[in-house]
Design a binder for this molecule. Sequence first.
Ligand SMILES: [Zn+2]
Length: 481
Amino acid sequence: MKKLALILLLATLCASAAAAQTASPAVKEYVKVEAPTIALTHVRVVDGTGASAKEDQTVLLSGGKVQTVSGATFKLPGDTKTIDATGMTLLPGLVLLHEHMFYPAGGGVFHEMPFSFPRLYLASGVTSLRTGGSIEPYTDIELKKSIDAGKSPGPKIHITGPYLEGSPPPILQLHGLGGPEDARKTVAFWADAGATSFKAYNVLTRAELKAAIDEAHARKLKLTGHLCSIGFREAAALGIDDLEHGLIVDTEFYPDKKPDVCPDPTKVSMHLATMDVNGPEIQQTIRELVERKVAVTSTLPVFELFVPGRDATPARVLTAMSDSAKVLYLTSRARLDDPARNQQRYGAPAAPWGKLFQMEMQFERAFAKAGGLLVAGTDPTGNGGTLAGFGSQREVELLVEAGFTPLEAIQICTQNGARYLGIENEAGTIAPGKAADLILVKGAPDKNIADIEKVDTVFKDGIGYDPQKLIDSVRGLVGIR
Ligand SMILES: [Zn+2]
């Protein structure tokens, strides 16, 4: 039996050696490990399924895939490059679903970051992502092609088309839909151009949303939404696949909510802060979302930075920013604690964000406990303090703060994302035959989640990238390109 297993293993290795991945010259300077066969020895493995870590494993990579994960000692092929990973943990690459290639430039304008963001994502262990709406959809599509062709470093990108926004669009860079037929045509056009996902936005109508969902579903594509004019239960009934951000943006509980109209977000927030997550209304919404198999995307990092008193922006975040991005962000943070401004806006010296942030965490736990598919994302927008990659790691940490175990938080950010995208057979967990999209970290993030930041190597299709070199290459550039 053992002999047969060995023969099978060798056969796999031979077959895959032919298809061995090599880094293209354009990304080579960021590559740390590259060989036809790589063995990580004495490594702890957290496989992304929620299972406990396995100690002292040997993981063999070749042909861009994981070939073997074993606790037994076996003879390694002659040309194997061996990495002694004692004291390190191997995780699946993160699969995150609310990602952007753009960044706020202030004044409601957004600039595309096709240079810095893909590098920060990859350096931080994000190997697959879905953009969650696009400002420059053609740029995103060409960026994906460029990364896939090995012309620039970055993760595997699943493209979401331009925001499906109503009229007039609150952001000038967006198209305002002119009715259901426009919504249908917009989905059709961008699906033909390469978008595999769509996102409805704040002020579209139910008729526009319905037309967009029907067109997307007819093409077997999914549609998510960051909604305001439409409540969560309305959207679920129309067939939406995913709701971004969770409870914090759900307007359906606001007493003065009018159909198809986005109410004043400040008033919605203040009302929401008076509610109880365990109360019948929110619990009913959770039940309906679970019943209709609507996923929810957790995006805690972007909200965290609106909570007064949570000023822990790490130095690495500020170092990555341009001077003007830093000034914009720090100015906006300082305003959060301005009692006069809060009094004017919220009628109280402090904004309700501390309460809302706790409610959001409670909602996400309750939704997952009820059997809902909770997925995760970074949303590098907000006041500018949430960056691609660094913010992605922060999401995993905040899920632990929300009450998930580290293993559950890792699973939400790996297997759950892959499940939603329908790529579970290729990504999101560590198992033979799956893509060698992996994060090697120092320490044990299943015991101390902050270790998720101690990235030693990020593997994408079996090629090991150097996180520090990628981060150094974008120093001072976030906000510029
Ligand atoms: Zn977003």
